[in-house]
Write a protein that binds this ligand. Structure first.
Ligand SMILES: [Zn+2]
Length: 301
């Protein structure tokens, strides 16, 4: 993650070039969709060239040969099949002729096989380099849709949502469809319908109202469990902020803004409603705010 956060990227008019982050997202999408981690240059040229044309800085030129060869200095990326004199030179014509292979290293591909690490890597790239573009469109294009919302994509509601709401709203809407089980009713009652972030108890004509939010979403690609330790009781406003990754809960139990880490106070808890730290950490990782080591992750996912 540190290597991802510290890519050497060119600046153009004060803005960071998106060549390397987009190429790395492409590399992650290959692992996520079960394709070989290395691809022939000609395939890379087509696919990453298309991404650069659509999502690169408007004033940048479409030069996939730059990230293809220069990502090697990040130690996350391999290129095979280039003679030594071309190994650090972005030479599209020579690549066309030699068709070398490139992509994330075998070790990186192995790490990205863990869905948690993959979510975290996508979040770091989104937050660090791509915050100002249509992330839903980009991730959908890469086959990584769902990584930009806490709820993910729920198959049961997807068709309905597709017909009734525009694309940008789709994941928000579908992830807010919570199964209204005995479980959620019980946990809302425990909290007296008070939001665990702001303590608001919303009155309606038919009594008080709150929403149950899954911390690790039930939808793809998160596949979280439908259990009490994976639920928060929130007001509608904080539910939307939690699902769109605008707020997260740190290791001390403080609610924070993802944009600037400012504190919104402690999460309100109830002794009969313990939360699973692994789920909170998963959500934090989606926000690009998990900074703890993840050596034990295999046990929690
Ligand atoms: Zn609230």
């Amino acid at each position: 993650m540190d290597r991802l956060r510290n890519l050497r990227v060119h600046k153009r008019n004060g803005r960071q070039s998106r060549h390397k982050p987009l190429a790395l997202l492409w590399g992650i999408s290959r692992v996520a969709t079960g394709r070989p981690h290395l691809a022939p240059w000609r395939e890379f040229r087509e696919e990453v060239g298309g991404l650069l044309a659509e999502f690169g800085l408007p004033e940048s030129s479409v030069t996939p040969e730059y990230p293809f060869v220069h990502l090697q200095t990040s130690r996350l990326w391999d290129v095979h099949g280039l003679p030594p004199e071309l190994d650090a030179v972005a030479h599209a014509a020579a690549f066309d002729r030699l068709n070398p292979e490139g992509g994330v290293t075998e070790q990186v591909a192995r790490l990205l096989g863990d869905p948690f690490v993959r979510s975290q890597a996508v979040a770091v790239l989104r937050e660090t380099y791509l915050a100002d573009i249509d992330q839903h469109a980009l991730l959908e294009r890469l086959g990584l849709a769902g990584y930009e919302s806490a709820g993910g994509i729920e198959d049961s509601t997807e068709d309905h949502a597709r017909k009734t709401v525009p694309a940008a709203r789709r994941t928000v809407t579908s992830s807010r469809v919570i199964r209204d089980t005995v479980l959620t009713a019980r946990v809302k009652k425990l909290h007296g319908d008070r939001c665990q972030v702001c303590a608001l108890q919303l009155s309606t004509r038919f009594g008080t109202y709150s929403e149950a939010a899954h911390i690790r979403g039930l939808g793809r690609p998160h596949n979280g469990p439908d259990e009490q330790t994976n639920l928060l009781v929130l007001c509608p406003n904080h539910h939307v902020q939690f699902d769109t990754l605008a707020i997260y809960i740190d290791t001390e139990g403080t609610v924070r803004s993802t944009a600037n880490n400012s504190s919104m106070g402690p999460l309100r808890t109830h002794p009969a409603h313990p939360l699973d730290e692994a789920h909170l950490r998963y959500h934090r990782a989606l926000c690009g705010r998990d900074t703890t080591a993840h050596a034990t992750q295999g046990k929690t996912s």
